[in-house]
Design a protein around this ligand. Structure first.
Ligand code: ATP
Ligand code: MG
Length: 223
């Protein structure tokens, strides 16, 4: 092994690195999101404080605006917490968890979702794998919400032999999967975690043509 090279064939090492990267993303999301928003609120408060003497009416209006912003920040923190919460996969199973994810997404952001589950798809495989798959789906949804400007999503779970296919397509603005800017780790992490599960992720997208994420993961027939 050359100096500085990580032993990628070591699965324990890889698993630890995946967890560390995930933590780094959570830290970044907190930093870029709520932490920055609250800093901003603090700056506005200082301005309002000075305004109190010179223009109390404007100060009052500004305070009301700021209050609405704080409510928005609290909501975004709640969303972060909800997304981080462990999913009770062992109680409900992947199919129900994904169905619930779709229901919530439709409720929270303006998008219509069509989910189909083939009759031969069931979720009686290892719970840890189910959680891993749920997290992948969650991440695709987060990306659609953040970037796609989509009005609808079609998602299907189908099966061929030992493999489960998770197909998620949006009708949003699309992107070039070959030209992801530096410092973005979501899709790279998805690719890596899918490979870790012994599966494949195929992404097809083009600007203005929507995006499609197709996961193929061997989950059946190992016991
Ligand atoms: N469904 C989608 N529709 C349109 N663009 C997308 C979609 N998914 C991803 N992208 C584009 O691909 C880029 C890379 O996505 P990726 O998940 O790797 O990073 P990110 O979401 O920007 O940041 P991170 O996931 O690290 O928080 C995004 O910045 C966005 O431009
Ligand atoms: Mg992302």
């Amino acid at each position: 092994m050359r100096h500085g090279e990580l032993p990628v064939y070591d699965r324990t090492d890889q698993a630890i690195r995946l967890i560390e990267e995930e933590r780094r993303r959570i830290a970044r999301d907190l930093h870029d999101g709520p932490a920055q928003d609250i800093t901003n609120v603090s700056m506005r408060l200082e301005i309002i404080q000075r305004m109190l003497k010179t223009n109390p009416e404007l100060a009052e209006a500004e305070l009301a605006r700021l209050n609405r912003r704080v409510v928005g920040i609290v909501n975004s923190i709640r969303r972060l917490i909800y997304d981080l919460r462990p999913v009770a996969i062992d109680e409900v199973g992947l199919i129900k968890a994904v169905t619930e994810l779709c229901r919530r997404a439709q409720e929270e952001w303006p998008v219509s979702i069509e989910l189909t589950v083939a009759p031969d798809v069931h979720d009686d495989f290892a719970p840890a794998k189910q959680v891993a798959l749920y997290r992948l789906v969650q991440e695709v949804f987060q990306n659609i919400r953040k970037h796609a400007e989509a009005s609808s999503i079609r998602m299907s779970l189908t099966r061929s032999g030992p493999e489960l296919h998770i197909d998620i397509a949006d009708d949003g603005k699309g992107f070039d999967p070959a030209a992801i800017p530096a410092g973005r780790y979501g899709i790279a992490g998805m690719q890596e975690r899918t490979a870790y599960l012994g599966g494949q992720l195929r992404i097809t997208s083009a600007p203005q043509r929507g995006s499609r994420f197709l996961f193929t993961i061997p989950v059946y027939g190992e016991r």
